[in-house]
Write a protein of this length. Sequence first.
Length: 129
Amino acid sequence: MDALLFTLLLWINQHSQFEYDAGNGMPALVAADQMALAELIIDDDAVFDRNRHTVSFQNFVNQLEAVYDHHHQRILLNSKIDWHTPYGRSVIVHELVHFIQYQQGLHRQVNCLNALERDAYEIQALYME
Protein backbone atom coordinates (compact mmCIF):
# COMPACT_ATOMS: atom_id res chain seq x y z
CA MET A 1 0.00 0.00 0.00
CA ASP A 2 2.88 2.38 0.75
CA ALA A 3 4.12 1.96 -2.82
CA LEU A 4 0.71 3.00 -4.16
CA LEU A 5 0.54 6.06 -1.89
CA PHE A 6 4.09 7.07 -2.77
CA THR A 7 3.38 6.69 -6.50
CA LEU A 8 0.24 8.81 -6.22
CA LEU A 9 2.07 11.46 -4.19
CA LEU A 10 4.75 11.66 -6.89
CA TRP A 11 2.01 11.95 -9.53
CA ILE A 12 0.56 14.91 -7.59
CA ASN A 13 4.04 16.49 -7.50
CA GLN A 14 4.36 16.21 -11.27
CA HIS A 15 0.85 17.34 -12.19
CA SER A 16 -0.01 20.10 -9.73
CA GLN A 17 1.37 23.04 -7.79
CA PHE A 18 1.48 20.88 -4.64
CA GLU A 19 4.84 19.54 -3.59
CA TYR A 20 5.07 16.42 -1.49
CA ASP A 21 7.96 16.43 0.95
CA ALA A 22 8.95 12.81 1.68
CA GLY A 23 10.36 14.01 4.99
CA ASN A 24 6.77 14.45 6.17
CA GLY A 25 6.07 10.74 5.82
CA MET A 26 2.88 9.36 4.34
CA PRO A 27 -0.60 8.99 5.71
CA ALA A 28 -1.92 5.55 6.55
CA LEU A 29 -4.73 4.23 4.37
CA VAL A 30 -7.47 2.62 6.44
CA ALA A 31 -10.73 0.99 5.32
CA ALA A 32 -13.74 2.38 7.19
CA ASP A 33 -17.50 2.31 7.06
CA GLN A 34 -19.46 5.37 6.02
CA MET A 35 -20.56 6.17 9.58
CA ALA A 36 -16.91 6.44 10.69
CA LEU A 37 -16.35 8.90 7.83
CA ALA A 38 -19.41 10.89 8.90
CA GLU A 39 -18.15 11.08 12.49
CA LEU A 40 -14.93 12.73 11.31
CA ILE A 41 -16.68 15.20 9.05
CA ILE A 42 -19.43 16.26 11.42
CA ASP A 43 -17.27 16.75 14.49
CA ASP A 44 -14.85 14.26 15.88
CA ASP A 45 -15.15 15.78 19.36
CA ALA A 46 -18.93 15.85 19.58
CA VAL A 47 -21.26 13.15 20.78
CA PHE A 48 -22.46 11.52 17.58
CA ASP A 49 -25.99 10.20 17.22
CA ARG A 50 -25.68 7.01 15.17
CA ASN A 51 -29.44 6.60 15.22
CA ARG A 52 -30.26 9.61 13.06
CA HIS A 53 -32.50 8.49 10.25
CA THR A 54 -33.46 11.68 8.47
CA VAL A 55 -33.40 11.44 4.71
CA SER A 56 -30.89 14.29 4.36
CA PHE A 57 -28.54 12.73 6.93
CA GLN A 58 -28.71 9.32 5.25
CA ASN A 59 -28.07 10.93 1.85
CA PHE A 60 -25.03 12.70 3.31
CA VAL A 61 -23.66 9.47 4.80
CA ASN A 62 -24.32 7.46 1.64
CA GLN A 63 -22.24 9.85 -0.46
CA LEU A 64 -19.10 9.65 1.67
CA GLU A 65 -16.14 8.02 -0.04
CA ALA A 66 -13.10 9.05 1.97
CA VAL A 67 -11.85 11.53 4.56
CA TYR A 68 -8.38 12.75 5.46
CA ASP A 69 -8.01 12.62 9.24
CA HIS A 70 -5.30 15.19 9.95
CA HIS A 71 -5.30 14.41 13.68
CA HIS A 72 -4.00 10.88 13.03
CA GLN A 73 -2.41 11.47 9.59
CA ARG A 74 -4.54 8.83 7.89
CA ILE A 75 -6.98 8.49 5.05
CA LEU A 76 -10.19 6.69 5.88
CA LEU A 77 -11.41 5.06 2.68
CA ASN A 78 -14.96 3.80 2.41
CA SER A 79 -14.68 0.02 2.37
CA LYS A 80 -16.99 0.02 -0.69
CA ILE A 81 -14.39 1.91 -2.76
CA ASP A 82 -12.13 -0.40 -4.78
CA TRP A 83 -8.67 1.20 -4.74
CA HIS A 84 -7.60 -1.15 -7.54
CA THR A 85 -9.73 0.84 -10.00
CA PRO A 86 -8.76 4.18 -11.55
CA TYR A 87 -11.73 5.82 -9.81
CA GLY A 88 -10.76 4.35 -6.45
CA ARG A 89 -7.22 5.64 -6.86
CA SER A 90 -8.61 9.07 -7.84
CA VAL A 91 -10.45 9.19 -4.50
CA ILE A 92 -7.13 8.51 -2.78
CA VAL A 93 -5.47 11.26 -4.86
CA HIS A 94 -8.17 13.67 -3.65
CA GLU A 95 -7.39 12.84 -0.02
CA LEU A 96 -3.63 12.97 -0.60
CA VAL A 97 -4.08 16.54 -1.80
CA HIS A 98 -5.65 17.29 1.59
CA PHE A 99 -2.69 15.55 3.28
CA ILE A 100 -0.28 17.86 1.43
CA GLN A 101 -2.47 20.91 2.13
CA TYR A 102 -2.24 20.17 5.86
CA GLN A 103 1.49 19.49 5.65
CA GLN A 104 1.94 22.89 4.00
CA GLY A 105 -0.30 24.67 6.53
CA LEU A 106 -2.83 25.72 3.91
CA HIS A 107 -5.71 24.81 6.23
CA ARG A 108 -4.70 27.78 8.40
CA GLN A 109 -4.98 30.17 5.45
CA VAL A 110 -8.67 29.64 4.71
CA ASN A 111 -11.82 30.76 6.53
CA CYS A 112 -13.60 27.49 5.82
CA LEU A 113 -12.02 24.08 5.29
CA ASN A 114 -14.37 23.50 2.34
CA ALA A 115 -12.21 26.04 0.50
CA LEU A 116 -9.58 23.29 0.26
CA GLU A 117 -11.94 21.07 -1.73
CA ARG A 118 -11.60 22.93 -5.02
CA ASP A 119 -7.96 21.99 -5.51
CA ALA A 120 -8.58 18.43 -4.41
CA TYR A 121 -11.46 17.97 -6.88
CA GLU A 122 -9.52 19.58 -9.72
CA ILE A 123 -6.53 17.32 -9.19
CA GLN A 124 -8.80 14.29 -8.83
CA ALA A 125 -10.45 15.17 -12.17
CA LEU A 126 -7.03 15.61 -13.79
CA TYR A 127 -6.02 12.18 -12.51
CA MET A 128 -9.17 10.67 -14.05
CA GLU A 129 -8.27 12.19 -17.46
